[in-house]
Design a protein around this ligand. Structure first.
Ligand SMILES: [Zn+2]
Ligand SMILES: [Zn+2]
Length: 384
């Protein structure tokens, strides 16, 4: 099968690799038809993680079931499915509590003895190959495949967002404790930030502000009703304070991650976290879904080599804020969000800027990594 293979920093290629296949009776084999490039792929693409050379990228996957293992009951050949980026088992202590991003069964313990959580084609998240390929093996397929309604094939660009970014954006507003009628500031108007904005809108936010500096992204955020804040034109915190009568936003969302950088391009892994503490009100909540890692092999800030940041803990504590972090438990949201899409109440495909054949992946990675104007979200298609 063809797959997008990582050959080293900023070097990916579409290569032939051995076909994914059923390995355990609980596996499902999916012919991938739509698979997204994600901002978190870029950390790996740039060589800023320990993702192995020869590994296959792709954790935002949708396709049609072509084979099921003997132990699979619910999922049938021919079903269209969206596949959460997390690989859960469904029966461990965390999965049972809805924390499928922290599954204790599927995690790779080779580096961290108490590791929790696994994902397709993701640094430190296990040996599982990604789905930027013709075929994907889905472990515990009954648990990990979300069946899609009859319009799945035509509306793949909407439903494929259920694999990661729509639930992740939603999760960010949940982590922040957002309630209807509140104001929200979202840092980062990349795909996840835009989905956080979109989720806050659906959940009845009074006002959503979004901080970024790419005009194309800010325009998209504005098109769904957010107030754009360009941090290359002045302090983001000052602008949030001005829009909230000096009080700060009720809730803040971190959708940037550890490669946060200033308008000049210098990375400051603590920048967004500290800006959030300043721009969220006393007793407000902060949700953090931007990616942070325990080790950065090529840090710009030496402290971040071990994943550490200088955090404004004094002000954070003094303001009585709360914070929620971590990867999204996609299974906790994907059914409801699927139903919003199916009922016509949500159309997350509005962020898709490019729909390209799988062969175009190297070129697409290059443009998306360079944040080239207009490259908001890429969906790769495997069909010829
Ligand atoms: Zn993703
Ligand atoms: Zn589990």
């Amino acid at each position: 099968m063809r797959a997008v293979v990582y050959n080293g920093p900023r070097d990916v290629a579409v290569q032939d690799v051995p076909d994914a296949r059923i390995e355990k009776p609980t596996d499902v084999l999916v012919r991938i038809t739509s698979t997204n490039i994600c901002g978190s792929d870029l950390h790996m693409y740039e060589g800023r993680t320990d993702f192995p050379q020869g590994g296959v990228f792709g954790h935002e996957n949708l396709g049609q079931v072509v084979e099921v293992g003997e132990g699979v009951d619910r999922v049938k050949v021919g079903d269209w499915v969206a596949i959460p980026f997390n690989i859960g088992c469904g029966f461990c202590k965390n999965c049972e509590r809805g924390l499928s991003a922290f599954c204790l069964t599927t995690a790779d313990r080779s580096q961290f003895p108490n590791m929790a959580g696994a994902a397709y084609g993701f640094a430190d998240m296990g040996p599982y190959r990604g789905g930027q390929a013709d075929l994907l093996r889905v472990p515990y397929g009954d648990y990990n495949c979300l069946k899609l309604p009859p319009d799945a094939e035509e509306r793949q660009n909407d439903y494929v967002m259920l694999a990661d970014i729509f639930p992740t954006g939603w999760h960010c507003t949940e982590l922040a404790g957002m309630r209807p009628g509140e104001s929200v500031v979202v840092y980062g108007a990349g795909p996840v930030g835009l989905m956080a904005v979109y989720s806050a809108m659906i959940k009845g936010a009074r006002m959503v502000m979004v901080v970024d500096r790419h005009p194309d992204r800010l325009r998209l955020a504005e098109s769904i009703g957010a107030l754009p804040i360009d941090d290359s034109k002045g302090s983001a915190v000052d602008q949030v304070m001005e829009l909230t009568n000096g009080i700060g936003a009720d809730r803040g969302c971190e959708c940037v991650g550890y490669q946060a950088h200033d308008p000049e391009g210098d990375e400051h892994p603590n920048m967004v976290m500290n800006d959030l503490v300043k721009s969220v009100k006393f007793t407000g909540g902060i949700g953090v879904v931007g990616l942070y890692v325990p080790q950065d092999p090529a840090p710009q800030d030496p402290l971040y080599k071990q994943g550490e940041i200088v955090f404004d803990h004094g002000l954070f504590w003094f303001k009585g804020q709360s914070i929620g972090t971590g990867q999204c438990n996609v299974k906790a949201y994907n059914r409801q969000l699927r139903d919003l899409i199916s009922a016509g109440r949500a159309q997350p495909s509005f962020i898709v800027s490019h729909e390209l054949p799988l062969e175009e992946a190297p070129n697409a990675y290059q443009h998306f990594d360079a944040r080239d104007d207009g490259w908001t979200k890429v969906v790769l298609k495997t069909a010829a």
